[in-house]
Design a protein around this ligand. Structure first.
Ligand code: GLU
Length: 300
């Protein structure tokens, strides 16, 4: 019977993971609605996870607005900061101990190296940020120029893993030249080359907090997420996260990346697009269906 039980597919668990650094826009509305529909169709659960690791940019008012806008859109979830659940806490700012443990594991296994470059050093040294994967975008990072990259093997255990290792950033040394391939349930086969499409990426910040990449894989594994539904701006982050999952011994979830919503000029939406925030469109009298489908009124 054990064999039978273990051959059962895992019950679907999805998540929506807003960063409370601004109001949700129509792109978020579409992506989160897709995540909600896929969880419903699969008879599974949807988790709301608040990605508030960036303490300088995250605001409680945006986290509250996201919950309110999602409910107004008709999206609901079974677990989250407002509902609790078996994998609480559901706000990343409260999950630091888990990230710290994973960071230490990665150092001990020889995947990370300390990096003393400042943002300014990197801005000066790096070639132009890759299109669609620039610093400042969710998960985006310019190609690392290799300044602090040590040769292999990395002597992880000798580097020290306590807080005395603070004051430096820690980067994942990617296997240059390796092709990372995955099947996207929406966009089809994807392939990215480590060291070409993305470089040694940030895992741990000098201020003692996890990067988006680390927090995301730790949480998706700890929360038993079986499919990640998110915007196509995070496709290269998925390649990085596949490397992190392999290093940590986690199984990969399935991936479903949603096409980005573009503004009239063809730029992808950002939180600065106030005119296309769910909040503004609500105030202007649109219904949830109109928010999902457009056309949206032009900027005032
Ligand atoms: N927090 C990210 C965002 O708001 C989403 C990250 C993810 O879904 O992995 O863009």
């Amino acid at each position: 019977m054990d064999g039978l039980a273990s051959s059962q597919p895992r019950k679907y668990r999805g998540r929506i993971a807003p960063s409370p650094t601004g109001y949700l826009h129509v792109g978020h509305a579409r992506t989160f609605c897709t995540a909600w529909q896929r969880a419903r169709e699969a008879g599974g659960a949807l988790v709301l996870r608040v990605e508030d690791l960036d303490s300088e940019r995250s605001r409680t008012v945006y986290a509250e607005a996201a919950v309110d806008d999602l409910r107004w859109l008709g999206i609901d979830w079974q677990e989250g900061p407002d509902k609790g659940g078996p994998y609480a806490p559901y706000a990343q700012s409260e999950r630091g101990a888990l990230y710290r443990a994973a960071w230490r594991t990665l150092i001990e296994r020889g995947f990370l190296f300390p990096c003393r470059c400042s943002r300014r050093d990197l801005a000066g040294a790096a070639s132009a940020p890759h299109e669609g994967d620039a610093d400042g975008e969710p998960g985006g990072e310019a190609l690392y120029p290799g300044t602090c990259r040590p040769p292999l093997p990395l002597h992880g255990a000798g580097l020290g893993t306590d807080d005395s290792a603070g004051g430096v950033n820690w980067r994942f040394r990617v296997p240059n030249g390796e092709t990372i391939e995955f099947e996207d349930a929406n966009l089809g086969p994807q392939r990215f080359v480590a060291g070409v499409d993305f470089g040694d990426f940030l895992v741990w910040r000098r201020d003692g907090t996890a990067s988006y990449q680390l927090a995301c894989v730790v949480d998706d594994a700890a929360m038993g997420i079986t499919e990640v539904v998110r915007g196509a701006d995070l496709l290269k982050s998925t390649a990085r996260q596949i490397l992190l999952n392999r290093a940590l011994g986690h199984a990969n979830p399935a991936w479903f990346h949603c096409a980005l919503v573009l503004d009239r000029e063809g730029h992808r939406l950002a939180k600065r697009h106030d005119a296309l925030s769910v909040r503004t469109l609500r105030e202007r009298g649109l219904t949830p269906d109109e928010v999902f489908s457009g056309p949206w009124p032009s900027e005032p």
